[in-house]
Design a protein around this ligand. Structure first.
Ligand code: ADP
Ligand code: MG
Length: 265
């Protein structure tokens, strides 16, 4: 049965999509069966995996609004060994169309239930807002991964996110927990970074991943080639960091198996 993680933070540009795509690729590189769910109408995760969001026949919109089967909607990420449930701007309409539906918070959970035994990890790339789509992700997830940029305003807005997570937990998904807080675009030379790290550690303790994702230009370049960084420049600091994150997640899950590529090579 798959473990489902919602990768979320209502701030834009904090590394949600970069984390979703590259964690999916890294987990797939360890031979895990992975599904990446693009839940952002911008479709950046879809494109970043090398799938043309405007050319797909069906998308997550059809799954959420028209009850289309997930297994008939997923496409393979070229070269990367995982599956993608693609999104494009059609998804913008889903929020409005679901508004009057009974059980609208559970559409994604119900859809993923059909394929939960086909995968070991399902990662959901959330949109940059706390809207009905994000609530669908939180209702479907076992854990939340929160990417954070260690900058001055990093903690601003965090309480709104934590409140939403708690509300979802109380009302619709009692099993939901914070899987981890991930520091992204990390620059250890910046003293502010260390201050934010201290704050995060005080607040989240062991929920703070020890893996940090450095600022790395290869991570920013890879999406324009439609590739996870692992297949764009596997020696890059970004690639190694996401492999390390996959390793940390697998260890945390208490599952056997190491990352397939030795980061020291
Ligand atoms: P979000 O999905 O939270 O909006 P993205 O993952 O799209 O954020 O990242 C925002 C921008 O920052 C993108 O252009 C992305 O390529 C870049 N980026 C993300 N993580 C890194 C990193 N570790 N190093 C350098 N650039 C990064
Ligand atoms: Mg994004």
């Amino acid at each position: 049965m798959a473990t489902i993680y919602a990768i979320t933070n209502q701030k834009g540009g904090v590394g949600k999509t970069t984390t979703s795509v590259n964690l999916a690729a890294s987990l797939a590189a360890t031979k895990r069966r992975v599904l990446l769910v693009d839940l952002d109408p911008q479709g950046n995760a879809t494109m970043g995996c090398g799938v043309n969001k405007n050319a797909v026949e069906h998308s997550i919109y059809d799954v959420l609004v028209n009850s289309r089967a997930v297994s008939d909607t997923v496409v393979e990420a070229p070269e990367s060994g995982f599956m993608v449930l693609p999104a494009n701007q059609d998804l913008t309409a889903a929020e409005v169309e679901l508004l009057n539906e009974i059980g609208r918070e559970f559409r994604l959970r119900e859809a993923l239930a059909q394929v939960i035994d086909d995968y070991e990890y399902i990662l959901i790339d959330c949109p940059p807002s706390l809207n009905m789509l994000t609530v669908n992700a939180l209702a479907a997830a076992h854990g939340v991964v929160i990417p954070m940029q260690c900058e001055y305003y990093a903690l601003e807005g965090l309480s709104a996110l934590l409140n939403t997570i708690n509300r979802v937990k109380q009302l619709i998904n009692p099993e939901l927990k914070i899987e981890g807080i991930l520091r992204t675009m990390f620059d250890g030379r910046n003293s502010l970074t260390n201050q934010v790290t201290d704050d995060l550690r005080r607040h989240f303790g062991d929920d703070l991943y020890s893996t940090v994702i450095p600022r790395n230009v290869r991570l920013a370049e890879a999406p324009s080639h439609g590739l996870p960084v692992l297949y764009y420049d596997k020696q890059s600091k970004g690639a190694l960091a996401y492999l390390a994150l996959a390793g940390e997640i697998l260890r945390r899950a208490g599952k056997k198996g190491q990352v397939g590529i030795d980061p020291k090579n």
